[in-house]
Write a protein that binds this ligand. Structure first.
Ligand code: G3H
Ligand code: 13P
Ligand code: NA
Ligand code: ZN
Length: 328
């Protein structure tokens, strides 16, 4: 059934686990997530970015997710709008039937200018007012995603600040978080702790100097009843990078967020963990391998099948690693 995100995150908080939130753009990704959730008995958060809505078309995305709900009636599914850039975008998603929306007021409506605190409070509070009346959950974001290694904003996937930021901007302040929650009354808060979107997060295995898991603890201590969200949480498995390179791909050395660090964050209030890149890497590695190993094949179903299997394997692993398995 389609459920609100609040319901799933409350259960996760009561039972001390985290839920991976996977981005979806097409049929095979939706199928992979549902099969993984079915096999592991996990709750599902499927999220669509503005880019996903543009790629698939709103009607296709809506009905793909509805098909998932119908095909797996025993699994609770959240249909979440990822990175809404304005109250109008969130309103549009709610009209389309989304059960959860993110108002990303950390950036202005252009998606690339850093917003001030008052702007963020204002847009987020407005979305909470319209969403809560309808039982729709609201996620907000405070702080700027970006790299503590390079001090650059997060621009890899086309939205995010392009340029140098201060350490204060790159780490969510616990005091500001408390005021933000009090004034907006939102359900879930995405925080900046050194993660960024895309495959190129870190040039080495991250340690405490470039990935601030300790900040999660400090924020959680101030707002223990607010569900925390980690964006940019793909782990960028080295074996997938190796497979992509082996079959003709060209990706430079890079590191993601280690699963053990995410598990540590889950102990301190992180309930939603956003993952897109790992599924992209898994599907690309599988397609590259298949087409190289079977140069005469041309039926898309033949290369999409291993791609779907590879995506499913990532989803199963994250459901198990974050403790969501068994909680559908
Ligand atoms: O927010 C980032 C997600 O990975 C979605 O990426 O905007 O390319 O669909 P996208
Ligand atoms: P990754 O690029 O690390 O998968 O992050 C996805 C995300 O945060 C979507 O909002
Ligand atoms: Na990046
Ligand atoms: Zn994100």
């Amino acid at each position: 059934a389609l459920v609100s995100m609040r319901q799933l995150l409350d259960h996760a908080a009561e039972n001390g686990y985290g839920i991976p939130a996977f981005n979806v753009n097409n049929l095979e990704q939706v199928q992979a997530i549902m099969e993984a959730a079915h096999e592991t008995d996990s709750p599902v958060i499927m999220q669509a970015s503005a880019g996903a809505r543009k790629y698939a078309g709103e009607g296709f995305l809506k009905h793909l997710i509805q098909a998932a709900v119908e095909s797996y009636p025993h699994i609770p599914v959240v249909m979440h709008q990822d990175h809404g850039q304005s109250p109008a975008v969130c309103q549009g998603a709610i009209d389309l039937g989304f059960s959860s929306v993110m108002m990303d007021g950390s950036l202005k409506e252009d998606g690339k200018t850093v917003a001030d605190f008052e702007y963020n409070v204002d847009v987020t509070r407005r979305v909470v007012e319209m969403a809560h009346k309808l039982g729709v959950t609201v996620e907000g974001e405070l702080g700027c995603l970006g790299s503590l290694e390079t001090m650059q904003g997060d621009k890899e996937d086309g939205h995010g600040f392009e340029g140098t930021l201060t350490r204060e901007q790159l780490l969510t302040s616990p005091e500001e978080a408390a005021e933000f929650v009090r004034r907006t009354q939102l359900d879930a808060l995405a925080i900046a702790i050194g993660t960024s979107h895309g495959a190129y997060k870190f040039t080495r295995e991250p340690t405490g100097d470039i990935l601030a898991i300790d900040r999660v603890k400090e924020i959680h201590a101030r707002i223990p009843n607010t569900h925390l969200v980690m964006h940019g949480s793909s782990s960028v498995p080295q074996e997938l990078l190796a497979e992509i390179r082996e079959f003709g791909g060209d990706m430079k050395e890079t590191y993601g967020v280690p699963v053990e660090e995410i598990q540590e964050a889950i102990k301190y209030g992180v309930r939603k963990v956003n993952i897109d890149t790992d599924i992209r890497l898994a599907m690309t590695a599988a397609v590259r391998r298949f087409l190289v190993e079977h140069p005469s094949k041309f039926d898309p179903r033949e290369f999409l099948k291993p791609a779907r299997e590879a995506a499913k394997a990532i989803c199963i692993a994250r459901y198990q690693q974050f403790g969501a398995a068994g909680n559908a």
